[in-house]
Ligand binder design. Structure first.
Ligand SMILES: NC(=O)c1ccc[n+]([C@@H]2O[C@H](COP(=O)([O-])OP(=O)(O)OC[C@H]3O[C@@H](n4cnc5c(N)ncnc54)[C@H](O)[C@@H]3O)[C@@H](O)[C@H]2O)c1
Length: 315
């Protein structure tokens, strides 16, 4: 197989900004094309692209002789609840366009992320299994559930090598989070360093599955590199690393910033958080392609603070 030529769709977001350099390290900078609604000003080849425009997507794929696609463009959980029509259009029509173009252009491998948001209030909350009751309560979750089954259908009907992960809340410092229910776990660090205080939009006891970005990027690369015959799941793999509450995150932060104070003012995102699992069973990912998380809560907090201090240029 020749070196992959990779297109990232929605490359300007929280995940894309970290996945792009990792893919460039793996395949070479010249093998990467980034696309988004907005110009990114990156060091890589770039295309302005609205994924809901199938003809434009097909043209970009043809122009760059793309072989692998990472389709990250989506409206996330909190933004989706405020704009359900647009969430449906981007998340569903966008994915359908990508799947069809993949088949038509004989794309070798597609990555598309799902989310813990596929699960709903009737799902077992603790150690949520891979196969369980899935009745999502948000538009975002509904699009992820339908998307998972679309991916599986394209795999079975068309032999498309599509691979997917149900990411937990992703924690990172390079890019602003994009309007999800777990964004508090990023905002807290910036506000702690700027103001020594943060008002959390979830209640103190809301445990949610989370993951530090380096683990999420590595999981993505490992899944995409796994031999196809090892993969038993073509909907989307459960993926787990950490599970903590806002109070536990605040207490971990206070070990390093003793003056930090957190208070709580839950808003509409509390109901979304309440409908999601607290922890995830990812034994299928561990068994099929050897997944192992590396980052603990303490190590993640330390690393976030170090990097955000540098970014904000504060002591
Ligand atoms: N960040 C998380 O915590 C998290 C958790 C679970 C799953 N995910 C999934 O990972 C993927 C990436 O998430 P993210 O956090 O990077 O999102 P984000 O909101 O930070 O970035 C999404 C990017 O897609 C772009 N985009 C939006 N509409 C577009 C369109 N019509 N055409 C092309 N580009 C468009 C946006 O401009 C943005 O740069 C999404 O599928 C999301 O559902 C993220």
């Amino acid at each position: 197989m020749s070196t992959p030529k990779v297109l990232i769709i929605g490359a300007g977001g929280q995940l894309g900004q970290e996945l792009a350099p990792a893919l460039a390290r793996q395949f070479g900078q010249e093998q990467l094309v980034l696309s988004d609604l907005k110009p990114l000003g990156s060091v890589y080849a770039e295309e302005l692209l609205d994924v809901t425009d199938k003809a434009a997507l097909a043209a970009v794929v043809q122009k760059h002789r793309i072989t692998h696609i990472y389709h990250l463009a989506a409206l996330l959980s909190a933004t989706g609840e405020k704009n359900p029509g647009l969430a449906w259009q981007i998340n569903m029509q966008g994915l359908l366009n990508v799947l069809d173009v993949c088949v038509e252009a004989k794309i070798e491998r597609l990555f598309w992320p799902s989310s813990i948001a596929v699960f709903g209030p009737t799902t077992p909350r603790h150690n949520t299994p891979q196969r369980t009751i899935i009745e999502p309560a948000t538009i975002y979750g509904i699009t992820k559930q339908a998307g998972e089954h679309l991916c599986d259908w394209y795999f079975r009907k068309h032999g498309l090598d599509v691979r997917s992960l149900r990411y937990p809340g992703l924690i990172s410092w390079k890019a602003e989070p994009g309007g999800g229910t777990t964004d508090y776990a990023v905002h807290i660090f910036f506000e702690a360093l700027r103001h020594n205080a943060y008002t959390c939009f979830l209640g103190a006891g809301s445990a949610l599955p989370m993951m530090y970005m380096p683990d999420a990027v590595r999981a993505t690369l490992e899944l995409m590199a796994a031999p196809a015959e090892k993969l038993s799941i073509r909907t989307s793999y459960n993926l787990s690393a950490l599970s903590f509450t806002p109070a536990e995150l605040a207490a971990t932060l206070q070990k390093l910033l003793p003056d930090f104070r957190m208070d709580y003012a839950p808003d509409f995102r509390q109901a979304i958080a309440d409908s999601w699992p607290a922890s995830i069973d990812d034994s299928e990912a561990r068994k099929d392609w050897g997944w192992q998380p590396e980052w603990s809560l303490d190590a993640m907090v330390q690393d976030m603070l170090t990097n955000i201090r540098q970014k904000l240029q504060v002591a």
